[in-house]
Design a protein around this ligand. Sequence first.
Ligand SMILES: NC(=O)c1ccc[n+]([C@@H]2O[C@H](COP(=O)([O-])OP(=O)(O)OC[C@H]3O[C@@H](n4cnc5c(N)ncnc54)[C@H](O)[C@@H]3O)[C@@H](O)[C@H]2O)c1
Length: 246
Amino acid sequence: MTLITGAAAGIGAATATLFAEQGATLALCDREASFADGDGPFRRVLDVRDSVAVQSFVGAVVEQFGRIDVAVNNAGGTFASALLDVSPKGEAALIAENFTQVTQLVRETVPHMPSGGSIINVTSIEAHRAAPGFAIYGAMKAGQENLTKSLALELAPMGIRVNALAPDVLLTEGTAYLSGDRIGTGLPYQPSPMPPLGHWGTSADAAGGILFLASDLARFVTGITLHVDGGNLAAGGWHRSDIERT
Ligand SMILES: NC(=O)c1ccc[n+]([C@@H]2O[C@H](COP(=O)([O-])OP(=O)(O)OC[C@H]3O[C@@H](n4cnc5c(N)ncnc54)[C@H](O)[C@@H]3O)[C@@H](O)[C@H]2O)c1
C-alpha cells in the first residue's frame, strides 16, 4: 500500500490518481479541510507539521493495512520573501514544512515497511541552485536531498530504497503564479524562462516519475534524484531565445 502526503491537489493528487489506475491501495492526507469529503481511498485531514497528528495517521494506516510499502513525502511549499524579511516564526514554519515533517514521517513509517519498500521525497530544482526569495525553502529541499542519500545507505540493508524527485515549473495550484510575468519576491531576480522542452510541465509528469521510482522497474535505483524539469537544471544559465515565456 502507498501513503501520499499533500494529496488534495497538484503533484500529490496526480500521483494518487496514477497509482489508483495501477491498482494501488492508497492512504492519503492533506491539510485542506475539504479533503475529508467524499468517497475514495483512506484519507485524513492533517497538517504534516503536527507531529502528533502524523503519528496518529500512520498508526491508523498500519491498523487498517498492516504495512506501508511506499511512502511519498510530497507535502511542502513556501512563500516568496527575501530572507531578511522572514520572521523567526516564518522560518520555523518553513523548516517544519519542508524538512522536519519528512524525517518524522520516515521514522514513523519505516518500522512498518517490508523489504522491497520505497520512499520518495519530492524536493525541488531549488535544492540544486540558488533560490533568491525562497532561501529557506531551497536550503530545506537541499537538506532533503542529502537526507535522501544518507537514508538510502542506512535503509539499504533492510531492502528499502530511498530516492528524490526534483520538479521544476510543473503548473499546479501551488505554482500557477510562476507562469506570470514576474513573481513578487521583492528581489531583482526572476526564475528561468520557459524550459528547453518549450512548454511547462504538469503534475502528471511528476506522478510518472514517482511511479517509476516506486516500482520494480527501479529495483536497483536508490539514493538518486530524478529531475522532472523540462531540461532547466541542465540548461544552467542558458535559455531558448526562439520561445516566449508565457
Ligand atoms: N509544482 C512544481 O513545479 C514544484 C516545483 C518544485 C517543487 N515542488 C514540490 O512538489 C510538492 C508538491 O507541490 P505542488 O506544486 O503539487 O503544490 P500544490 O500547492 O499544488 O499542492 C500541495 C498540496 O499539499 C498540501 N499541503 C501543503 N502543505 C501541507 C502540510 N503542511 N500538511 C498537509 N498538507 C499540505 C496542500 O494543501 C496541497 O493540497 C511540494 O513539496 C513542492 O515543494 C513542486
